[in-house]
Design a protein around this ligand. Structure first.
Ligand code: ADP
Ligand code: ZN
Ligand code: ZN
Length: 753
């Protein structure tokens, strides 16, 4: 029997693999792991992945020929293929979908590299003319601009250069006393040009410094991690904010690299990678690369190829990445670090595969015979439970490095202040006092509000009518800067109406507050402070993200207002006061994880305050100061939060006591949706009985004109998840057929977050 057939997975949302014939001129070149071009459908050619080569012709069709071989092998090692097939099985996904997520494809939107670039300033010919006294006096009545111009020249001269030359923007802002707006004005006048330039990695060995000496508690933690790794695949490092978790990672990484092993260091967001990378480069120089999906396909392919080389063959052994870095075909991993392991950004929502990068990382590690280190100041309940019950090793670091005190926590009762008429708009007196005090001492402030826009809804003060999106069942958020109502689900926007569409009244008012409103009001209250805002709306521009952060780090901004984007991982020297403006909306979010999430969010954002020498201060605004979670946050009492929440989870049958699979059915026609959802639930109930809940409408029941219904399956830990999943998969396929292919869509989310 000649091996003239190959089973090939095509990166599409189609089930299974397809058999093709290997034409004789390609035989020998097509092996497991080869990438090949194959015809698919009437005209199209796709790049597929060979998962099996065999001699069995398909039974009921004549196979088509493979058109060409793109890459013979090497790109896809066995471990990588095992990992992909595990993902498809576990997350009820198709191998084609997994492959599509895994392979950097050339039809991606042109990516960009955020990583090794930093903003630089360079003088323009207009600037040079100005300096030579030949211009039109662009800086005549602007002494601050003069100063910046002088500083620019001084910085260049210091490095032995003369203008025009590149100076790091952050250096210039810092050296000139940090007025970013003046610099922006000069750029607008055409005196300076801003350019993102690549920073060359340290290649000079002499510039690489050894890891810092560990403190006593750190050293103990380090030894414990290594000891626990002897008989645990996974160790959870629970260390309070600023305890030196990153420092421990550096030590562990070095040890792996010395043994010639590979390390993957995962973070939940790109923004965090840009801060951590500078720290890592000091120790690992050019031996580390960042990987994320916004990079160009070319740089991704380059890393892809370098991690898959044989040992010693100039292999890339250290990658810092976000969740997609799991899909790199590592040759020989020794350690995977999942930092901020509790973070829900590790979960992929759409498209399929809806994987959880933390959980998938543990499987990837296992396939490599490697170890996984989970790190967090506020571990997920699931991970902590696994650690407490002995499935994972547990190592705790309870004090901050240098014995800096945890920030002092304080509640501001907004309801009580409201009764006393002591609120200034949305701010309690304690909040404003703390901000004022910090500003007077020249310290910095972060104000956290997890909602963007001006106000979350507009309401008719006569009849209560609320304008909402016509594609989705949600109210519009009002954005004042653009004077539009925007749907945060589908992006649709409209001008706000002049009068109520229900009763005709002109008494339309805004309610609640988002970051935009906070920014407007804080500027009025503290007119001499420099205020910046960081949320999805202010970070659309190419470099906006790094400008906001570097201005804050450099002291150019006094008050930074932001959403969860500013809550995690960031390390600012001069930040002492953190204000949490609305604890209640987090606590009342309709989800069984709302309390856990609120604790994590508040603890994380608090952790940004007072990380170096001065003790930080955190003010939390709430109308419900006796709330259990708030009491736990005040004492930084993770353990109490864990115990109380665990009890609730057990009582109501939620993870970690059960596994959840959420199936979402979508249809543009509500009647058909209801029919299908009801029938689907009956099918599942026949097999799974009480484990099946629903169908019901989710919190938002219509998105982009699709009506949604969900069925939740709660599995006891005793049931075999893989059998149940097979059954669910079959029921999903059956329902699509029963609905007569009428436009019904069904997807499953395993371990929804
Ligand atoms: P975490 O990751 O737990 O938030 P970090 O590793 O960022 O903590 O440490 C907090 C701060 O303390 C950082 O500025 C770090 O450089 C410093 N630090 C931590 N451990 C040490 C050490 N052993 N020697 C010197 N500085 C340290
Ligand atoms: Zn009305
Ligand atoms: Zn919408």
């Amino acid at each position: 029997m000649k091996n003239e057939f190959a089973d090939i997975v095509i990166p599409l949302a189609v089930a299974g693999s397809y058999t093709y014939r290997i034409p004789s001129h390609l035989s020998g070149k097509v092996i497991r792991g080869s990438r090949v071009a194959v015809p698919f459908g009437p005209r199209r050619i796709y790049t597929g992945l060979v998962i099996k080569v065999h001699g069995t012709p398909p039974e009921n069709f004549i196979p088509r020929d493979i058109s060409d071989v793109i890459q013979t092998s090497g790109m896809m090692n066995d471990r990588f293929l095992d990992f992909l097939s595990w993902l498809a099985d576990y997350y009820l996904s198709h191998p084609g979908e997994v492959l599509k997520a895994a392979i950097p494809s050339s039809d991606d939107t042109p990516g960009r590299s955020l990583t090794r670039e930093e903003l630089h300033v360079i003088a323009t010919p207009a600037f040079m003319a100005e300096m030579a006294g030949e211009g039109g006096n662009l800086m005549a009545r602007a002494p601050r601009q003069r100063e910046i111009a002088d500083t620019y020249i001084r910085l260049l001269l210091q490095t032995g250069l003369t203008p025009p030359g590149f100076v790091k923007r952050s250096d210039l802002v810092k050296a000139s006393g940090g007025i970013s707006s003046t610099l922006n004005a000069m750029t607008a006048k055409g005196l300076f040009r801003i350019e993102a330039r690549e920073i060359t990695a340290i290649t000079d060995e002499s510039q690489i410094s050894p890891p810092a000496a560990l403190s006593l508690p750190q050293d103990e933690a380090y030894e414990n991690i290594k000891r626990l790794f002897r008989d645990h695949e996974v160790v959870l490092l629970h260390g309070v904010t600023s305890s030196g978790k990153t420092e421990l990672y550096i030590h562990l990484i070095r040890e792996q690299l010395e043994q010639g092993k590979q390390v993957l260091y995962m973070l939940p967001e790109i923004a965090l990678t840009t801060q951590i990378i500078e720290r890592l480069r000091k120790h690992f120089g050019a031996a580390i690369e960042i990987y994320h999906s916004r990079m160009t396909t070319k740089s991704r392919m380059d890393i892809w190829e370098r991690v898959n080389r044989a040992a010693g063959d100039d292999r890339l052994n250290l990658v810092l990445g976000v969740r997609s870095s799991l899909f790199l075909p590592f040759a020989d991993l020794g350690l995977v670090i999942v930092d901020e392991e509790h973070d829900s950004s590790y979960k992929q929502y759409d498209p399929s595969p809806r994987y959880h990068a933390r959980d998938a990382a543990m499987m990837l590690s296992r396939i490599h015979g490697a170890r996984t280190l989970l790190g967090s100041a506020t571990p997920s309940l699931e991970s902590y439970h696994n650690a407490v019950t002995g499935r994972y090793g547990l190592v705790e670091l309870k004090t901050r490095f240098g014995d800096v005190m945890m920030p002092a926590m304080m509640l501001a009762d907004t309801r009580e202040a409201g009764r006393r008429k002591a609120m200034s708009s949305h701010f309690a007196p304690q909040m404003l006092n703390a901000v004022e005090e910090a500003l007077m001492k020249g310290e910095q402030v972060i104000l956290f509000q997890n909602r963007r826009g001006f106000s979350p809804y507009i309401i008719c003060s006569e009849c209560g009518w609320v304008p909402g999106c016509t594609n989705c069942s949600v109210s519009y958020t009002y954005h004042k800067g653009i004077d539009k109502m925007v749907c945060h689900y589908c992006g649709k926007s409209e001008k706000p109406p002049h009068s109520c569409e229900a009763c005709g009244s002109t008494g339309l008012v805004t309610r609640g507050f988002g970051t935009e409103k906070i920014e407007e009001e804080i500027k009025l209250i503290f007119p001499s402070a420099t205020v910046a805002r960081m949320d999805q709306d202010t970070t659309r521009g190419r470099n906006s993200h790094s400008i906001i952060l570097s201005d804050f780090a450099g002291g150019a901004t006094d008050i930074l207002i932001g959403t969860q984007m500013i809550s995690k991982g960031l390390d600012f020297e001069n930040l002492t006061v953190v204000g949490i403006l609305d604890a209640d909306s987090m606590l009342h979010f309709p989800d069984f994880r709302a309390y856990e999430r609120s604790f994590q969010m508040m603890e994380q954002v608090s952790g940004r305050a007072g990380r170096r020498t001065r003790r930080g201060k955190v003010i939390i605004q709430t109308g419900d100061p006796s709330h259990m979670i708030l009491k736990q946050v005040l004492k930084h009492d993770y353990r109490a939060m864990y115990l109380t929440q665990l009890e609730e989870r057990e009582l109501f049958g939620y993870p970690p006591f059960t596994r959840l699979i959420r199936i979402t059915l979508k249809h543009r026609d509500m009647t058909r949706l209801n029919q299908s959802a009801a029938r689907f639930a009956v099918t599942l109930r026949k097999r799974l009985g009480k484990a099946v809940l629903g169908p019901e409408y989710p919190h938002v029941k219509q998105v982009q004109k699709w009506f949604l219904k969900t069925v939740l399956v709660k599995l006891g830990r005793d049931l075999s998840a893989s059998k149940v999943k097979e059954m669910i998969r079959a029921a999903m396929e059956a329902e699509i057929k029963l609905s007569g292919n009428s436009g019904l869509r069904i997807n499953a989310d395993v371990d929804p977050q």
